[in-house]
Write a protein that binds this ligand. Structure first.
Ligand SMILES: C[S@@+](CC[C@H](N)C(=O)[O-])C[C@H]1O[C@@H](n2cnc3c(N)ncnc32)[C@H](O)[C@@H]1O
Length: 292
């Protein structure tokens, strides 16, 4: 295993401040990735035997197994919704839960994973390499209204219908570069973002069922927290952040039956010096709560 991690964890200082780990705390990391946050939290809890680290990506799960080998921390290679349901069925509870959503740097850096429109690669975009659905299937097989809905809903792309039409006219679309070119051709010039940014985001969210995973997991995570336990969620786009914000508003507040206290009235974001060193931190939004 390389000495330096292939992924730099974002907002680590703020995560530690909000989770406020104590020695002996149990810890559930549902997107453990390359273990940056987990390592920082475990330095405070000093209780790896009470830590469960989940990731659906094979490379990340293998890395975690090596990184925490012999510590007693349990690594589960699974999507977090299935793994969280299983932990709930087993009656497990945790003092601390962290979700650092989305993709890792290796997903974007490795052209073969097909996440990046800047690198030539297959239309894949699966976080879990064993999953059946790929971006290629959506791009080349789904009908116009379905394809357009994915790009509109998950990419928040106003020109989704035009893009879907152009994709269908160019089928079969072979790789990420070709897809990026097709999208760019129907987009107005001189935009701030690369013209394919939103389309790629929409496809990625659909391939990995990212919003469903988050929406259905949040209530399970709340149920997995011990009374007084804390949960932090880092999201990287507004669709995810909205889900977390609404969930916290629904179960928090000042009413007698509120199940959680919101610890972040506004989302915590990265300071400029962190963004300089780690551009991924630019869009990170951290929200945290404490179970009553
Ligand atoms: C931003 S990275 C997390 C990095 C990690 N906090 C660290 O310090 O290295 C997100 C990770 O979550 C994983 N992931 C995303 N959605 C997931 C899901 N629904 N279930 C399980 N893992 C997921 C990805 O494979 C990726 O490795």
């Amino acid at each position: 295993m390389p000495k330096s991690s292939p992924h730099v964890a974002v907002l680590t200082h703020e995560v530690l401040r909000l989770l406020s780990p104590n020695a002996g705390d149990s810890y559930l990391d549902v997107t453990a990735g390359y273990g940056g946050h987990a390592q920082a939290v475990l330095q405070s809890t000093k209780a790896p035997l009470k830590a469960v680290l989940i990731d659906r990506d094979r490379r990340a799960a293998d890395y975690l197994k090596q990184k925490f080998a012999g510590s007693g921390a349990k690594v589960i290679k699974s999507d977090f919704l299935s793994a969280s349901r299983q932990l709930a069925r087993q009656g497990k509870t945790f003092n601390l839960i962290l979700a650092d959503l989305g993709v890792s740097s290796p997903h974007l850096d490795d052209a073969r994973r097909g996440f990046s429109f800047e690198k030539p690669g297959p239309l894949d975009m699966r976080m879990d390499q064993n999953q059946v659905l790929t971006a290629a299937q959506i791009v080349n097989e789904w009908d116009g209204p379905e394809l357009s809905a994915v790009i509109a809903r998950y990419g928040e792309e106003p020109r989704a219908a035009h893009i879907a039409e152009a994709i269908i006219a160019s089928r079969p679309v072979g790789d990420t570069r070709q897809l990026a070119r097709i999208v760019a051709a129907v987009m107005p010039r001189r935009q701030k973002l690369h013209p394919a940014t939103k389309t790629f985001q929409g496809l990625r969210i659909a391939v990995n069922a990212e919003l469903v995973q988050l929406e259905e997991s949040l209530p399970i995570w709340l149920g997995l927290l011990t009374p007084g336990g804390r949960m932090a969620v880092i999201s990287f786009h507004s669709l995810e952040d909205r889900i977390v914000k609404h969930f916290f508003a629904q179960f928090g507040g000042n009413t007698y039956d509120a199940e959680l206290t919101v610890l972040t009235p506004k989302p915590v974001t990265a300071k400029p010096d962190e963004i300089v060193h780690n551009p991924r931190a630019r869009s990170a939004k951290l929200r945290a709560c404490q179970r009553k």
